[in-house]
Each structure stands twice: as C-alpha cells, then as structure tokens.
Design a protein around this ligand. Sequence first.
Ligand code: UDP
Length: 241
Amino acid sequence: MSDQPAYKRVLLKVSGEALMGSRDYGLDTAVCRRIAEDVKGVVDLGVEVCLVIGGGNIFRGVAGAAAGMDRAQADSIGMLATVMNALAMQSALEKIGVPTRVQSAIPMSSVCEPFIRRRAVRHMEKGRVVIFAAGTGNPFFTTDTAAALRAAEMGCDALLKGTQVDGVYSADPRKNPAAERYVTLTYLDMLARDLAVMDAAAISLARENHLPIIVFNIHEPGAFTAVMKGEGRFTTVHEDH
Ligand code: UDP
C-alpha cells in the first residue's frame, strides 16, 4: 500500500455516543483527547478534515418526544447538545495544536461561527479542521444526514463514519458471533438490508452525490489514519452496479 493518503478532503462523523466512552451520559474528556489525536494524525498526512459531531450522549429528540415533548422542540434541544460536543472536540484539538473552527447551523455568535459554506471551505484550505455543529439546523433530521449534507457541500472525497465496530456487519457482532463483516457494499444494499449503520436519508444523499461512505472503528487508536492509507479494517459503501 502507498504511504500517500487516497483522499484530499474528508468528513468524519463522530456520534455523541462515541464521546461518552464507557460512561452512561455526557463526555469523557480522555476519549475526546484520543479521537483528537487520531484527527491530528490524518491532518498531518496532509488530508483536509472536517467533522460532524452527534449529540446522542446528551439528548435525542426522539427520546424527548417519547417522553411527551413536542418533537420539533425536542430536536432543537438535541441540536444544542451537538454544539456542546463540538466545543469539547474543539478544545481537545486545539490543546494538541490543531487549528479548529466550529460552525453551527443554529447561529450562536458568542461561542462559534455560523455555518457559512464558503468560509468553511476557506478554513479547510488553510489547514483548519472545521467542526459542523447543530446538525442541519432542522428538526426531524439526524447528524448522519447532516454529515452527508456537509460532506457534499464541502466537496469531500469521502464520508467516514466512526462506529463502535470495524465496519458494517450482517448482524450486531457484539450480540451475534456469527455476524459477517462486509468489505464493500452498495448504497442500495445498505438501504435494502436496513443495516442500521446510517439512516436512509443520509445514505440516499451520499448515493445521489456519489460520495463513498467508509465505516470503521473510531475506538481503535490509529484506525482513522490507517483507513486514509487504505489499510486496516473497514467497510466501503459505493456506487450501485
Ligand atoms: N438533530 C436534529 N436535526 C439535525 C441533527 C440532529 O434535530 O439535523 C437532533 C435530533 O434530536 C437528534 C439530536 O439532535 O436526536 C442528536 O443528534 P443524533 O441523534 O444524530 O446524534 P448521534 O446519534 O450521532 O450521537
């Protein structure tokens, strides 16, 4: 394998759950630090990196709605949770010398920039990591869809989804030892098999924009860098044949 990364610009989606580590709720700063180190490793390869951070470690709109809240209102709370996570990741990245900007889809000018696509592109050209917060800014969406949307808008070569396991499996490998890992899958396979890795809106958006999705284990130190070099274990989701 070549030492040169295969990608020029990528978007990494990190779920809120990933930032929680082994806790039941909230942020584990040690996990944020470790993920920041991995992002730095990829930036050091010369790849432009942007991030979308979820909020499920703090609040999910669906759960709020199930408990009797108005869904749109609950989703606004969920989006605000992603801003907290984004600020925590910014802090972790800047601590290790990675210049970072947070752009929020819900303007919050005293803590971060508003989302301005052209400005985000400029930040990335200057070597800054841009963290997109507050999802799409709309209720009834997820941060997976926000990740596909921002990756398309930013002209990324790939959308990376860091998960708890090293790719897409036929069943949950933590529950079913017979589960098989797919090396490649098409967008239609993902949609038809309802593989619960990303929601259908995100997969459809990636498919329409010819954006490969790469699923890998965010908890394995160095895995992000390895994936960028075409090494390690991951699943690639690509064009239908
Ligand atoms: N959310 C939303 N619109 C978006 C993105 C997120 O309303 O475009 C809300 C939604 O309530 C969601 C919460 O933010 O449950 C947290 O995002 P998500 O569940 O995608 O986080 P993750 O599962 O990645 O931690």
